[in-house]
Ligand binder design. Structure first.
Ligand code: BJW
Ligand code: ZN
Length: 229
């Protein structure tokens, strides 16, 4: 199975990658769903929706400040590094910036970036890791939020359009570490009609049936074998 997948990756001219939280799991970043997941002790609708922010901004800001503080301590793992060597565009649902730090280019962040602070009052944006969301905007005193996409919000339009173009045109789509339950990101794999779809995930997902090859295991172990050959 892995030999066939490697051959497809080597012979295709247009390869694209779609990643989710599982690629960062071996860097220590908790995934959302499953054991030890970020949602385990929280309901997503209490933390990752515009309604939650309107109801209790402080709770949401504190949760994201905690996660923003952790992000700088994580390092890209051998999975991120293998994808950077592959040299294909990476469409990621992750907000942790680890693909960029590993050297992938381009990286399309369809769910935004946790490193970005956005003022809900004046629209001011900053990437200063010392910024605390719980503190008011230095410019207008407004409330700060993270530059991520919450449930019920639209994905960044241009980034999404480019992700759709790349998925529709690729010959091989490598899908890594996503439970494939969050839309519209999960639909990208189905858009890749012409492509051979290779899934890398220790667990079965709703996408597994449609994948041409499912490689069951950890991204940090499988991706280096896929890319080196
Ligand atoms: C490993 C591993 C290892 C472990 N190696 N693998 C169509 C149908 C149904 C619902 C909808 C629909 N269209 C829209 C919706 C609504 C909603 C949605 O999808 N809901 C479903 C959950 C039911 N979608 C939206 O609201 C989206 N917006 C939208 O559609 O706008 C248009 C619209 C507007 C108004 C009304 C309606 C529509 C926005 C979605 C935003 C998602 N945001 C989050 C939070 C980001 C900020 C933050 O970080 O806090 O994004 S939710 C969370 O889930 C995060 C992730 O990017 C996303 C996906 O999760 P992911 O990456 O797949 O992680 P996990 O944890 O689920 O899975 C990890 C996987 O890794 C597992 O499979 C493991 O096995 C595996 N793994 N270790 C490899 N070592
Ligand atoms: Zn402001």
């Amino acid at each position: 199975m892995i030999a066939k997948a490697r051959e497809w990756l080597q012979s295709a001219e247009r390869v694209a990658v779609l990643t989710g939280a599982g690629i960062s799991a071996e860097s220590g970043v908790p995934t959302f769903r499953g054991p030890g997941g970020l949602w385990r002790n929280h309901r997503p609708e209490d933390l990752a929706t515009p309604e939650a922010f309107a109801r209790d901004p402080r709770l949401v800001q504190e949760w994201y400040d905690w996660r923003r503080g952790l992000v700088s301590r994580y390092e890209p793992n051998s999975g991120h590094q293998a994808l950077a060597r592959l040299g294909a565009p990476v469409i990621t649902q992750n907000v942790d910036g680890l693909h960029q730090r590993a050297g992938s280019e381009p990286v399309l962040e369809v769910h935004g970036s946790i490193g970005l602070a956005v003022c809900t009052g004046c629209g001011r944006e900053d990437r200063d890791p010392r910024t605390l969301l719980v503190e008011p905007c230095a410019g207008c005193g407004g409330k700060l939020r993270p530059g991520v996409v919450w449930f019920g919000e639209s994905l960044p339009e241009e980034v999404w359009a480019e992700a759709v173009r790349i998925s529709a045109a690729c010959e091989v789509l490598l899908v890594v570490g996503t439970s494939a339950v969050v839309y519209p990101a999960a639909s990208l794999a189905r858009l890749a009609r012409r492509a051979k779809v290779i899934e890398v995930n220790p667990e079965e997902t709703p996408l597994s049936g449609a994948a041409h090859v499912s490689l069951r295991g950890k991204a940090g172990e499988i991706l280096p074998q896929l890319v080196e050959g």
